[in-house]
Design a protein around this ligand. Structure first.
Ligand code: GLU
Length: 467
């Protein structure tokens, strides 16, 4: 059977980065083995599930580049199939109706507690041969009474659970709806899943699921339970630790390949290597290198990786991911003649795409306001006069290249016996609106002579009205 993995999120919120890592590992494993990757939406909890969440999952998968070969399946569309398998189990003697009332169950548990036993269903309806009138029974799976469930987890190693720890699981509620552990089993069986890769918060479900699969007479999948992802405080990663939704990272200016690379390394390693291409990830991924202990989410490391990916990306790649952010800032990046040069000077210094956009905007649009702090600090003394003199020299400058602009700047500083900053800072405010920019010679070169002269004129006017 070809390797088949699945990702079965419940659509009850955004796509959590922890789930995204599970999806990634499942995807990698399928890709590595030339297998199938199935997407299944576990939406049976109708109250907590929503359309928007389904969309967030699809968007997240798409953004991360985790393509699926099959699906998305929706559990709510498979209800007839679950009913069919419930009937099959009932007819085969592997399941039975349980008529116990809440009161009866409460009393049973109270007695067990009083005896010092662990509360669990004692199977009393297994042998009930008369069905009480007017009651809606649940359906319980007949768990084996003795023996062990043994499985070799691909991450955790051999796991042995005694059947007397497991009671008869409810597989259908009294309203007929199937329960979580049961739908997973039917789906994994029908979708011919060979490798169940999921968070280790599900490890306790596995022996129950194995027993049901055995009763259905199907071959068992292999299991790989991934250690949890924790925040720096050792608690399970949640909103308290910062962004946990995949699409939030897009909004915050991360590149999907940086997040994928980060998630890959979270609990998995290959020597000291930190940066992996997609192809390397697929080739190198294996469960033997997944760590057994939980992994700690480190936002600084993710930011560092993002920075590395932005620096290393081609301008085209970066543009494709930044296009949407520019759009949000009112700029159509495809309309900008000098976008490549702008990216080249900014890529090396931007940790996120938002930073890149922020640093690039003044190249693409007029300055509508000057930064108050910069103005206070640098638009004073002889700033106006210096700008006018420098403008005169720039106007005659030919060719309009960074080296020539650089020389021009040095000459003026020398002649006036002033520091370079006395020219460069007012100049920056004039062209960028704020006293920060890439190297000023490159900045002016990219902006072009006409723009620069115009912006200097506007700044000089502004300074004059200030005085
Ligand atoms: N819907 C479950 C979850 O989101 C998936 C469990 C599984 O992988 O079996 O946790």
């Amino acid at each position: 059977m070809p390797v088949t993995t699945r990702f079965p999120p419940s659509p009850t919120g955004y796509l959590h980065v922890g789930s995204a890592r599970t999806a990634l590992f499942s995807w990698l494993y399928a890709r590595k083995h030339g297998g199938r990757f199935v997407l299944r939406i576990e939406d049976t909890d109708r109250e907590r599930s929503s359309e928007e969440s389904v969309q967030a999952i699809l968007d997240g998968m798409n953004w991360l580049g985790l393509d699926y070969d099959d699906g998305p399946y929706f559990q709510t569309q498979r209800m007839n199939r679950y009913q069919e398998v419930i009937d099959q189990l009932l007819n085969g003697g592997h399941a039975y109706h349980c008529y116990c009332t809440r009161e009866e169950l409460d009393e049973m548990r109270a007695q067990q507690r009083a005896r010092g036993d662990k509360p669990r269903y004692d199977g009393r309806c297994r042998h009930r041969n008369q069905s009480p009138q007017d009651t809606h029974p649940v359906v319980r799976f007949k768990n084996p009474l003795d023996g062990n469930v043994v499985f070799d987890d691909l991450v955790k190693g051999r796991i042995i659970i005694s059947n007397n720890e497991l009671d008869d699981l409810i597989i259908a509620r009294s309203d007929g709806t199937p329960t979580y552990n049961f739908t997973v089993v039917v789906d994994d069986m029908d979708m011919r899943i060979t490798h169940v890769i999921r968070g280790d918060d599900h490890v306790n479900n596995t022996p129950r699921q194995i027993n049901i699969l055995k009763a259905l007479g199907v071959e068992l999948p292999r299991y790989a339970h991934l250690p949890m992802i924790l925040g720096a405080d050792g608690k399970r990663l949640s909103k308290r630790h910062g962004a946990v939704g995949v699409m939030q990272y897009r909004d915050d200016g991360y590149l999907p390949q940086a997040l994928v690379n980060y998630l890959m390394r979270l609990g998995w390693s290959h020597g000291d290597q930190e940066i992996f291409t997609r192809q390397e990830m697929i080739e190198l991924f294996d469960f033997s290198s997944v760590q057994r202990g939980s992994a700690v989410f480190n936002p600084e490391k993710l930011l560092w990786l993002n920075y590395e990916y932005i620096k290393a990306g081609t301008v085209e790649e970066i543009r494709d991911h930044a296009r949407w952010h520019f759009e949000n800032a009112g700029i159509d990046i495809d309309e900008q003649a000098n976008w490549e040069e702008v990216f080249r000077v900014n890529q090396q210094r931007s940790k996120t795409l938002l930073e890149l956009v922020d640093r690039s905007l003044f190249f693409f649009r007029e300055i509508d306001d000057y930064d108050a702090k910069s103005v206070k600090k640098h638009f004073k003394g002889q700033a106006g006069e210096i700008l006018i003199e420098f403008r005169g020299q720039l106007e005659r400058l030919d060719p309009w290249e960074p080296e020539h602009i650089h020389l021009c700047l040095h000459h003026l500083a020398e002649r006036r016996s002033i520091g370079l900053g006395k020219i460069a800072q007012p100049l920056r405010i004039a062209v960028a609106g704020v006293a920060v920019s890439p190297p000023i010679d490159e900045t002016l070169a990219i902006l072009g002579k006409e723009q620069v002269l115009r912006r200097i004129d506007a700044a000089v006017n502004y300074i004059n009205t200030m005085m």
